[in-house]
Design a protein around this ligand. Structure first.
Ligand code: ZN
Length: 218
């Protein structure tokens, strides 16, 4: 993978300025879809395609709903102080549906999220929601993995965080080099998940040891 791509992810302030930029109207967005249909070689006025621009725009709202949510707020809202629990918390096999930012085609797979709490614990449904908020944006898998881990680290400040994502990219399976069945594994380990081999091993064994060849050191 070209790691320089990761560096081109927008910074926090760039993301903020993007969200402040005024969005095109729904009819402008529908006109753009019409153009793409014509460019592909079809007639947007034929019966089967007449409602397509509207449907595509509606689908985009769903696919990219993550831009309208603040992941930090999502986690911060429900944390509790629970000093009694100091074991690893892992949510594994979280269904992941995202879109690659290079082709806007699906990235499908699963995410595993674990952390070692230091007082603050968050409801497990919030972890799944956090994955969803970042997944419902245009992404590359490496950045998605890092954003999930970094947000947990920042908001909950645990002893450590581990995030592993296994996913297939339809831009690889249906176009370009056409490699069906290829799964990409990325990981991001922070704190004790990075520094303590026992913690890391426990996490990887709980999630079923995906064959990760990524360093996780990003
Ligand atoms: Zn792609």
């Amino acid at each position: 993978m070209d790691t320089s791509v990761v560096d081109k992810q927008p910074t926090e302030s760039e993301t903020t300025s993007m969200s402040m930029r005024s969005r095109p109207t729904q009819s402008e967005a529908e006109a753009a879809v019409r153009t793409l249909i014509e460019w592909a070689g079809d007639n947007p006025d034929r019966e089967g395609l007449r409602g397509t621009p509207e449907r595509v725009v509606r689908a985009y709202r769903e696919f990219f709903a993550g831009y309208d949510e603040d992941p930090g707020v999502l986690l911060a809202k429900t944390f509790e102080e629970t000093s009694a629990y100091d074991e690893m918390i892992v949510l594994r096999d979280i269904r992941l549906e995202s879109h690659c930012e290079h082709h806007i085609v699906p990235i499908l797979g699963k995410a595993h999220v674990g952390y070692l709490p230091a007082g603050r614990v968050v409801g497990i449904s919030k972890l799944a929601r956090l994955v969803e908020v970042f997944a419902k944006r245009m992404q590359i898998q490496e950045a998605l993995t890092s954003q999930i881990a970094d947000t947990i680290q920042e908001v909950l400040n645990p002893h450590g965080v581990g995030v592993v994502i296994e996913a297939a990219h339809q831009c690889m399976t249906t176009r370009g080099i056409r490699k069906p069945g290829v799964t990409m594994v990325t990981s991001r380990m922070l704190g004790s998940f990075r520094n303590d081999p026992d913690t890391r091993r426990e996490f990887l064994s709980i999630i079923g040891n995906p064959r990760s060849d990524s360093s996780g050191a990003r």
